[in-house]
Ligand binder design. Structure first.
Ligand SMILES: Cc1cc2nc3c(=O)[nH]c(=O)nc-3n(C[C@H](O)[C@H](O)[C@H](O)COP(=O)(O)O)c2cc1C
Length: 363
């Protein structure tokens, strides 16, 4: 598995497994002089952690990040920043009885075929527990971006057929209202409808999919390097690296199939002597380069593979079996909820890297 690093200049390498001793990340290339504390990282981790509400997994992850290197007297030094989070609330014994069953929607079949070994305890390296590293690194990237007046907010846009339709308010209000909601949905009516859907699906011992939207404001013109470092290409790669993500769109995305060029083109205008567009169907990117308009995108997450409902499957000896999750198994009824801070972090990692890359594009 030689692909645990991401980014060109702001480069992260993640390590660890779900039920291993600890999990962590090394960040290379973060400029010196940035103020960052364990608390700032821990705040973002608390948003990602399960057990925040009854709409996520009841598993308790009291994650506490510790910065091991690269920070002196609260400021980054330019040296690699190493962050560790010890794994605490794991009970591997529950997985013993199902360790030889191919779990529908899970990664154990493909990992077994590819590596000949699978760490079945909580899904090992395939587990979403690994996104702890992404969020920890994302906290540093967000701080670096904020220092450059770039801010990102993600929120839950849709679960099943409940969609947030209202126009987005300013980014600060969007962020505050998103965090107030137990399901990270900024619109009260949709939030309540989503909670009702989650309650119902839990009763049915099943799970649901959802969509997370992100908006990045303050992104200057000129980030993104054609051909293979286009900003949306890197966003797509980052977002599709999140477990259970199944699609990525930039701007109006797949919806533009319903429009004509005359409707889809964003018309250039001058406002306060600055070039802008009067709409933003492109989602802030033209030719793989940021246009100065807000960057917007969406990520769709499949329904959680672990469900309490019994499912037919086979075991590693190719026998037909019925899979029932062990009593007391803990899982998310809709992973898109907890994916919100992860999408925000992934967007921050991509933009931080693009910002540093831009510094080398012209005299
Ligand atoms: C925040 C988050 C939480 C998740 N929690 C669970 C879970 O509780 N149970 C589960 O089966 N899958 C969960 N997943 C999804 C699996 O990790 C993922 O579906 C699996 O590894 C297979 O990968 P794939 O869906 O990308 O193909 C979660 C994903 C995310 C992003």
């Amino acid at each position: 598995m030689s692909s645990n690093s991401f980014g060109n200049i702001f480069k992260i390498t993640t390590w660890g497994e779900s039920h291993g001793k600890a999990i962590g990340v090394v960040i290379d290339g973060c400029p010196a002089g940035l103020n960052i504390t364990d608390e700032e990282i821990n705040y973002l981790l608390s948003l990602r952690a399960p057990g925040r509400s009854s709409y996520t997994s009841p598993r308790k992850e009291t994650d506490r990040a510790q910065i091991l290197s690269g920070v002196f007297r609260g400021k980054t030094t330019g040296a690699p920043i190493s962050i560790i989070v010890y794994n605490e609330d794991h009970d591997s014994s529950k997985y013993e009885g199902i360790k030889n069953i191919l779990r529908p929607g899970h990664a154990n079949y493909t990992y077994l075929e590819k590596y000949g070994i699978f760490d079945y305890r909580g899904g090992g390296r395939s587990s979403a527990r690994n996104t702890v590293s992404i969020v920890a690194a994302g906290a540093v990237a967000k701080k670096f971006l904020a220092h450059n007046n770039i801010n990102i907010v993600a929120y839950l846009k849709q679960v099943n057929d409940v969609i947030v339709k209202n126009k987005i308010k300013d980014l600060k209000t969007l962020s505050e209202e998103t965090k107030k909601s137990a399901v990270f949905c900024p619109e009260e009516k949709s939030s309540l409808e989503i909670m009702a859907l989650i309650e119902a699906i839990k009763e049915e011992k099943d799970s649901l999919g959802g969509i997370v939207e992100f908006i990045a404001e303050g992104v200057p013109v000129g980030l993104g390097d054609p051909f293979f470092e286009k900003i949306e290409a890197n966003l797509a790669k980052a977002m599709l690296s999140i477990p259970a993500s199944k699609g990525f769109e930039i701007g109006d995305g797949f919806d533009c199939v319903h429009t004509r060029g005359s409707e889809n083109n964003d018309i250039f205008v001058v406002e306060n002597d600055k070039i802008k567009t009067n709409t933003n169907h492109a989602g802030g990117v033209l030719g793989g380069i940021s246009s100065g308009m807000p960057i917007t995108g969406r990520v769709v997450f499949k329904p959680t593979p672990s469900i309490e409902k019994k499912q037919k499957s086979i075991d590693t000896e190719k026998n037909n079996v019925e899979l029932s999750l062990p009593k007391g198994s803990r899982h998310d009824p809709c992973v898109a909820i907890r994916a919100v801070p992860i999408v925000e972090s992934m967007a921050a990692l991509v933009l931080a890297d693009c910002l540093l890359l831009k510094r080398s594009s012209k005299l």
